[in-house]
Design a protein around this ligand. Structure first.
Ligand code: PEP
Ligand code: MN
Length: 342
């Protein structure tokens, strides 16, 4: 159940009302927006009479929520959430609420020259964030598994060199110990329903880029976000990265309709990964533009300075030159959608 309070209700009154409701056996999630305060009632609400609540002098309206997610629900927070990240260069970059961001870089960090060269190139082209995997979730245990801590150190060197904030994947909670310098933690498709991990991330204060599972529904993705939010971390960026279908022409099937669907259901920002969705570098520009036109709040794109020699996902990695020309179009798409690009 969601209770929308009247405009201009004082903090003290909200606190007293919250205590009153909690006495009736529910937990309260509070959302204080620019113009409205909303209370999410979690737990057994059967003892709470909707009509009775409506009669309360602080209450504007009461909504019964059908969806199993509350904190991620747009009903709970009508305004778009914006995730702000300050890079080592002191520049504030934002995702959501009219701000879009392009995250670019290689699938994996391979060596110092590679990550620094790609980082410089994507920065020059106008990317707002650098991506690069140090801990890689590979289907085969015999494939390159990433450089681990050494890769993370190299990524942080590229961060320092370029001033770009970095996004990298966390596979297990103990890795948090070495993620201090990381700006945005990525949770990959294969870990989207690792509930123990999600719960722990609720305690973390860093933004989380949460990728949709290979065969997960929109609701399951939102429930995964809800796990993190229930623990107290509201800084989540959702990512559509393609889902499994019967067709094998592309690596996955990019579900573009997930963008408007998610944006209708949630206030959280939604970005798209056209690289893992298609598996084909030549298809990345058209899908990137389609995603922006569908209202995405940004993109995560794999870029490699020598895709043919890449240790991971070379086939879907665009060159820095192709990325640079794509950025020109993306700026126009963002502008058309009324978004500021960072
Ligand atoms: C990645 O972004 O490096 C990655 C492995 O993506 P996904 O989890 O979407 O497969
Ligand atoms: Mn990859």
């Amino acid at each position: 159940m969601i209770v929308v309070l009247k405009q201009g209700v004082a903090g003290g009154e909200v606190d007293a009302f919250t205590v009153e409701l909690e006495r009736r056996g529910v937990k309260i999630h509070l959302s204080r927006g620019a113009s409205q305060t909303v209370l999410g009632l979690v737990g057994d609400t059967t003892g709470i009479d909707q009509e009775g609540l409506l009669a309360h002098h602080l209450v504007e309206k009461v909504l019964r929520v059908q969806e199993p997610y509350k904190r991620a629900n747009r009903m709970f927070r009508p305004e778009d959430t914006r995730i702000d990240v300050e890079g080592p260069d002191g520049v504030l970059r934002s995702i959501g609420a009219g701000c879009a961001a392009i995250i670019a870089g290689p699938c994996s960090v391979e060596n110092r020259d590679q990550i620094v060269a790609v980082a410089r190139a994507v920065k020059e082209a106008g990317a707002g964030f650098l991506r690069g995997g140090a801990f890689k979730p590979r289907t085969s245990p015999y494939s390159f598994q990433g450089l681990g801590c050494e890769g993370l150190d190299l990524l942080l060197e590229a961060r320092k060199e370029t001033g770009l904030p970095v996004v990298t994947e966390l596979m297990a909670i103990h890795q948090l110990e070495v993620f201090d310098g990381v700006d945005v933690i990525q949770i990959g498709a294969r870990n989207m329903q690792n509930f123990t991990l999600l719960r722990e991330l609720g305690r973390c204060r860093k933004p989380i880029l949460l990728k949709r599972g290979l065969a997960s529904t929109i609701t399951e993705l939102l429930m995964a976000a809800e796990y993190i939010m229930a623990g107290g971390n509201d800084r989540i960026i959702l990512c559509e990265r393609g889902i499994r279908t019967f067709d094998s022409y592309t690596r996955n099937t990019l579900d573009i309709s997930a963008v408007p669907a998610l944006k209708r259901q949630t206030h959280l920002p939604v970005i798209v990964d056209p690289s893992h969705a298609t598996g084909l570098a030549w298809m990345v520009p058209s899908m990137a533009k389609a995603a922006m036109a569908a209202g995405a709040d940004g993109l995560i794109i794999e870029v490699h300075n020598n895709p043919e020699k890449a240790l991971c996902d070379g086939e879907q990695s665009v060159t820095p030159e192709d990325f640079s020309s794509l950025m020109g179009s993306l700026r126009r798409y963002a502008e058309f959608e009324g978004k500021t690009l960072s």
